[in-house]
Design a protein around this ligand. Structure first.
Ligand SMILES: [Zn+2]
Length: 85
């Protein structure tokens, strides 16, 4: 099982760093809003309010998905976090 470490970066698929993890997170953990931090200047909330996009250099790649209060986040380890269907 993939486990990312506290301090590992949140990155978009183009490699822009958008924030970092606030705790160790395994691939299937349920991720809450306090489990990671984002650089607000480099991110945008989606128009539907269901996650965040990278806004670094107007990138637009998705970096989080929000569903029923839980997040998936894009990291150097790939997407982490379990979402209820
Ligand atoms: Zn980006």
């Amino acid at each position: 099982m993939i486990t990312a470490r506290k301090g590992d970066p949140v990155v978009c698929s183009k490699g822009h760093v958008n924030g970092c993890l606030q705790k160790d997170i395994a691939e299937t953990d349920v991720i809450g809003p306090k489990d990671f931090g984002l650089n607000e200047a480099a991110t945008t909330i989606t128009s539907a309010g269901d996650g965040h996009l990278c806004s670094y250099a107007q990138c637009g790649e998705r970096i989080t998905k929000l569903h029923k209060g839980a997040y998936q986040i894009q990291t150097a380890h790939g997407w982490l976090g379990h979402l209820e269907p």
